[in-house]
Ligand binder design. Structure first.
Ligand code: AMP
Length: 223
């Protein structure tokens, strides 16, 4: 089963993709994570993407399409994959359709996490993650159980994303509304779109998504 988690920055796509990847055994394909890894490694792609990301703009379609085309051919995507942050433009959505067709793969679901912009700014500006294992936290909504210590790995070092500053968040939201949200009517027409209230608590959002995907057993039976 292949799906897209759709929604503005800060809607909770990454968090939900992590849960689903663990629960269903699907590969999580986060283009934002791929680009941040490229920036950290100092690769040519990273150098090209860094200033664009810091400005809250979108990296050119051709780069993103090639990244995803290579990625969905990997063995870990055979059982299914979750796209987090792709497609973000009409050209990317078209290219995704073409590559799925040529790989004889289906797009089973597009799940939109709907959250209003004001709430998003609060969500994004307060988020941070463990610098060692990447576990996600939030100043208000998801503090570690013991202050300053990662629940998952015990590390005491945390980091915040460069592009999570309020002024960049506004630009990222503009890019979402201008270039990405217009894809929703297309997926609605294809009949794969489900919209979920992204403001519900994290577990409730996961439950709603699982309701759409079906039980793990059902999916296992399909393979
Ligand atoms: P994200 O972690 O998904 O919020 O992505 C962080 C940043 O990476 C975005 O603000 C863009 O600059 C860039 N990015 C991630 N995915 C894409 C994509 N599919 N197309 C263009 N730029 C992207």
């Amino acid at each position: 089963m292949n799906l897209i988690l759709f929604g503005p920055p800060g809607a909770g796509k990454g968090t939900q993709a992590d849960y689903l990847a663990k629960d269903y055994g699907f590969a999580k394909l986060s283009t934002g994570d791929m680009l941040r890894a490229a920036v950290t490694s100092g690769s040519a792609l990273g150098k090209q993407a860094q200033s664009i990301m810091a400005a809250g703009q979108l990296v050119p379609d051709e780069i993103m399409i090639n990244l995803i085309r290579d990625r969905i051919q990997q063995p870990d995507c055979q059982k299914g994959f979750i796209l987090d942050g792709f497609p973000r433009t009409e050209a990317q959505a078209k290219a995704l359709d073409d590559m799925l067709k040529s790989e004889k793969k289906a797009l089973n679901h597009v799940i939109e996490l709907k959250v209003d912009d004001q709430q998003l700014v609060e969500r994004i500006v307060g988020r941070y993650s463990c610098a060692k294992c990447g576990a996600g936290y939030h100043d208000t909504f998801k503090k570690p159980h013991a202050a300053g210590v990662c629940d998952e790995c015990g590390s005491a070092t945390f980091s915040r994303r460069e592009d999570d500053k309020a002024e960049t968040v506004t630009k990222r939201l503009e890019a979402y509304h201008r270039q990405t949200a217009p894809l929703l009517p297309y997926y609605m027409k294809v009949g794969v779109l489900t919209t979920i209230d992204g403001l519900a608590d994290i577990d409730e959002v996961t439950r709603q998504i699982e309701k759409v995907l079906g039980t793990k057993e059902k999916i296992a039976a399909q393979h």
